[in-house]
Design a binder for this molecule. Structure first.
Ligand SMILES: [Zn+2]
Length: 146
């Protein structure tokens, strides 16, 4: 497989990395707090993974979701795995707000509105808190794990 962006690059700011996966903070101007959990190996589907590895990967997703809720205080969290562009497992963890550009549609839908600049700015101010919270919790849970 050539031209897989998740093999050729980290994909975004790496918050934490083990031999098996990495947690990314996606720098998206319109979606502050957007995170991704990426399996390092080239695997296309969750059901390609042995059950224990599947469960272990989802534990990381749940940890990230909780940190996103605590730090970003969204109205809803969207979890998504598509992988239509690259056969390389990754989960999107997306804080959603009722006034964000595409709510209640998926973030990839056509925008319904423009979010107020001051609202967006106040959400962006929470991102450093999210970064620290993720580092703290991931280190506490996974330090020493290969
Ligand atoms: Zn890849």
């Amino acid at each position: 497989m050539e031209n897989c962006i998740l093999c050729e690059t980290d994909g975004a700011e790496v918050i934490y990395r083990t031999g098996k996966w990495r947690v990314l903070l996606v720098d998206d101007d319109n979606l502050p707090g957007f995170c991704r959990v990426v399996l390092n190996d080239h695997v296309a589907e969750m059901t390609d993974l042995p059950t224990a590895e599947r469960t272990a990967l989802m534990e990381v997703v749940w940890l990230v979701e909780q940190a996103v809720r605590d730090a970003m205080q969204p109205d809803k969290v969207n979890l998504a795995t598509l992988g239509n562009m690259v056969p390389h497992l990754h989960w999107h963890i997306i804080p959603r707000y009722k006034d964000d550009a595409t709510f209640p549609d998926a973030i990839w839908a056509a925008p319904r509105r423009t979010i107020a600049a001051e609202t967006l700015a106040s959400r962006k101010q929470r991102v450093p808190f999210l970064r620290n919270l993720l580092k703290e919790r991931l280190t506490e849970r996974y330090a020493g794990n290969p």
